[in-house]
Design a protein around this ligand. Structure first.
Ligand code: KG4
Ligand code: ZN
Length: 335
C-alpha cells in the first residue's frame, strides 16, 4: 500500500509517500516558511496559513514526482489535524480531505505529537536500528514539551508537559529578546558549541521552575533573561554569549532531569527524544543514554505521519476518519 501523508501544523508545508510493503520512504518533502517569518521574529499564524495555501499543491506534486507515482497510485491519504496552528491545520486537512474525496480514496486524520513520537522509526527505512518498546519519550519542539511512556503503537501514558511555553519557544523568544534571527534555537546551539566556555554556561544562574514531577515551565526564564540583559545595559558579544549559554543550560537541565526521573519510574523503558529541540548538540551531550533520531527526522516533516499511518496499517488498525476528523490517538490521562 502507498500512503501519501501531509503535515501543515506550523510553518512548514510537508508531504511524504511511504510504501508499506517495502517499508521504503519514497519521498519526503519539507518546504519551510522560515524566510516569510524571519522579519517578524516568529510564526505569524495567518501568514503561515496563506503560505501553506501557496506551497501545498507544489509540495504534494513534488512528493509524488520524487516517489515516481501519480495520485492514481496512492491507496491512502493521511494528514495531521491536531495540535498546531488552527488556520494552518485547516488548510492541510481541507486540502487532503478534498483530494481523497475527489479520488474516492480513504483518508485518516492523525495527531501531530503522536507522529513525532515515531520519528525515531524513520531511521528504520534507512536500515537504522532503534530501541524496542517501551520508551520514555520526550517530544520537545517549538510548540510542545511533552513526556510520554510509550508501551506500543497507539498505547501511551502521558506523563506531563509544559505548563506554559515550550522549550523551543523559550530558545526562540530569548533569541528574539537578544535581537537574534528566527528561529534562534539552531543559532544558539551552534554559537554556544563553537564559542562558549564552561564559564559562559555558568555565568548567570537563571531560575529552574519548581514544577510538579514531569511538568515543565519556561515563561519565567525568558523574563529572567530579559531582566538580566537590561541590568547589564550595553551588551558586549561576550555578555550575549554568556546569556544564551546560561539560558540554554536552564532550558535543558529540567528536560534531562525529568527524563531521568521517568526512566526511574519505568526502568525497563529506553529514552527517546524527538522534536526540533532534539537537534540540540548540548542536549545530546547531556543525555547520552537517550536515542536521538537524525536531526532531519526531529523537526517537522510528513514522513513521521506516513510512518505512523504505516504502523497502524501493519497492525490492521488504520481506520478512515469521519469528516469531522476526531483524534485517533488514545492519550491516557496523567498517571
Ligand atoms: O519540531 P519543530 O520543527 O516544529 C514544532 O513542532 O515546533 O521544532 C522547531 C523548534 C524551534 O523552536 C527551533 O528553535 C527549535 O525547534 N530548534 C532547536 C534546534 N533546532 C531547532 N532548538 C535548540 N537547538 C537546536 N539545534
Ligand atoms: Zn512538531
Amino acid at each position: 500500500m502507498k500512503i501519501l501523508a501531509v503535515d501543515t501544523s506550523c510553518d512548514e508545508s510537508c508531504a511524504a509517500v511511504l510504501d508499506t510493503e517495502t517499508w521504503q520512504l519514497c519521498s519526503d518533502v519539507v518546504f519551510s516558511h522560515m524566510q516569510a517569518m524571519a522579519k517578524y521574529g516568529g510564526v505569524v499564524p495567518e501568514i503561515a496559513s496563506r503560505e501553506h495555501l501557496k506551497a501545498l499543491p507544489l509540495v504534494i506534486q513534488k512528493a509524488l514526482d520524487d516517489a515516481q507515482v501519480t495520485f492514481k497510485d496512492i491507496d491512502w491519504f493521511t494528514v495531521t489535524h491536531l495540535p498546531g496552528l488552527m488556520g494552518a491545520l485547516l488548510v492541510g486537512v481541507s486540502y487532503v480531505k478534498a483530494l481523497a474525496f475527489s479520488l474516492n480514496k480513504p483518508f485518516t486524520a492523525m495527531n501531530h505529537i503522536e507522529a513525532h513520537l515515531y520519528s525515531p522509526l524513520l531511521g528504520t527505512t534507512e536500515g537504522i536500528a532503534v530501541p524496542p518498546f517501551p520508551w520514555t519519550a520526550l517530544v520537545v519542539s517549538g510548540g510542545h514539551t511533552e513526556l510520554f511512556h510509550v508501551k506500543d503503537v497507539g498505547e501511551y501514558l502521558w506523563l506531563g508537559g509544559t505548563l506554559d511555553d515550550a522549550a523551543g519557544e523559550a530558545f526562540d523568544k530569548i533569541g528574539k529578546c537578544l535581537a537574534m534571527g528566527y528561529p534562534a534555537g539552531p543559532f544558539i546551539d551552534r554559537w554556544v558549541r563553537e564559542k562558549a566556555t564552561p564559564e559562559h554556561r555558568a555565568r548567570f544562574k537563571f531560575p529552574r521552575a519548581d514544577t510538579p514531577p514531569f511538568q515543565f515551565s519556561y515563561s519565567g526564564l525568558k523574563t529572567a533573561v530579559a531582566l538580566q540583559a537590561r541590568k547589564l545595559g550595553e551588551l558586549t558579544d561576550d555578555d550575549r554569549l554568556a546569556l544564551v549559554a546560561s539560558a540554554q543550560e536552564a532550558i535543558l537541565e529540567p528536560l534531562v532531569m525529568k527524563v531521568r526521573e521517568a526512566l526511574k519510574k519505568f526502568p525497563e523503558s529506553r529514552a527517546v527524544v524527538t522534536g526540533g529541540v532534539a537537534c540540540n548538540s548540548r542536549l545530546r551531550e547531556l543525555l547520552p543514554e537517550a536515542y536521538f533520531p537524525k536531526p532531519k527526522h526531529c523537526t517537522d516533516n510528513a514522513a513521521m505521519v506516513a510512518i505512523l499511518s504505516g504502523l497502524y496499517a501493519k497492525a490492521d488498525r488504520l481506520q478512515t476518519s469521519p469528516w469531522n476528523t476526531a483524534p485517533q490517538a488514545r492519550f491516557e490521562p496523567e498517571i
